[in-house]
Ligand binder design. Structure first.
Ligand code: XMP
Ligand code: MG
Length: 184
């Protein structure tokens, strides 16, 4: 799917595929340096982080294992409720492991804040966060994020794993939706 196929739904391209690739290469180099000689488990948060996980994992030189969690906080709307449910838990026991959570986006931070305390209680050797996107103006809780791709304005974005009502995840770039699509 490309920009042309989006018709009038897309307002603009915010971050191009080339910019995403370059940024993930930078983040991967940092992660390689920080985890040299360690066993690293990267945990992707479904479904949004699928693209970031796939591309970041391939940009890393460090051998990693991968696991996935699915949590729900949004329903079909565009606002975080702060109420988080685990839809799919990790397959692995993370006690004593170096764990890096990989996220597509941190908006209010409520989902991640909940996830961090949940995973901390399982006793990992270390726990850090990598996110492709972050909306500083939307933050409701302060979260220490070690690896951040891009700080973006407080607008609803889609593409590169991010959806609106499950659509647009397969766009290779991150874009903003036209307000008429979500009734804005
Ligand atoms: P919070 O607000 O808890 O949100 O930090 C985290 C999760 O909400 C989704 N999210 C978005 N999805 N465009 C999307 O397609 C957005 O602009 C957006 N903001 C938040 C996302 O699943 C994220 O993990
Ligand atoms: Mg979503």
């Amino acid at each position: 799917m490309n920009e042309k196929d989006m018709g009038t739904d897309l307002e603009k391209v915010l971050i191009s595929k080339e910019e995403i690739d370059a940024k993930l290469a930078e983040l991967a180099a940092e992660i390689d340096k920080d985890y040299a000689g360690k066993d690293l488990l990267i945990v992707g948060v479904l479904k949004g982080a699928v693209m970031v996980m796939a591309d970041l994992a391939r940009a890393l030189s460090t051998p990693v294992t991968m696991d996935w969690m699915a949590v729900s906080s949004y329903g079909a709307g565009t606002k975080s409720s702060g109420v988080v449910r685990i839809l799919k838990d990790l397959d692995t026991d993370i006690a004593g492991k170096h764990v890096l959570i990989v996220e597509d986006i941190i908006d209010s931070g409520l989902t991640l804040s909940w996830l961090l305390s949940n995973l901390t209680s399982r006793g990992p050797a270390s726990l850090r966060v990598c996110t492709l996107l972050r909306k500083p103006e939307a933050a409701k809780v302060a979260i220490d994020v070690t690896y951040v791709g891009f700080d973006i304005p407080n607008e609803f974005v889609v593409g590169y794993g991010l959806d609106y009502a499950e659509k647009y995840r397969n766009l290779p770039f991150v874009g903003t939706l036209a307000p008429h699509v979500y009734g804005g």
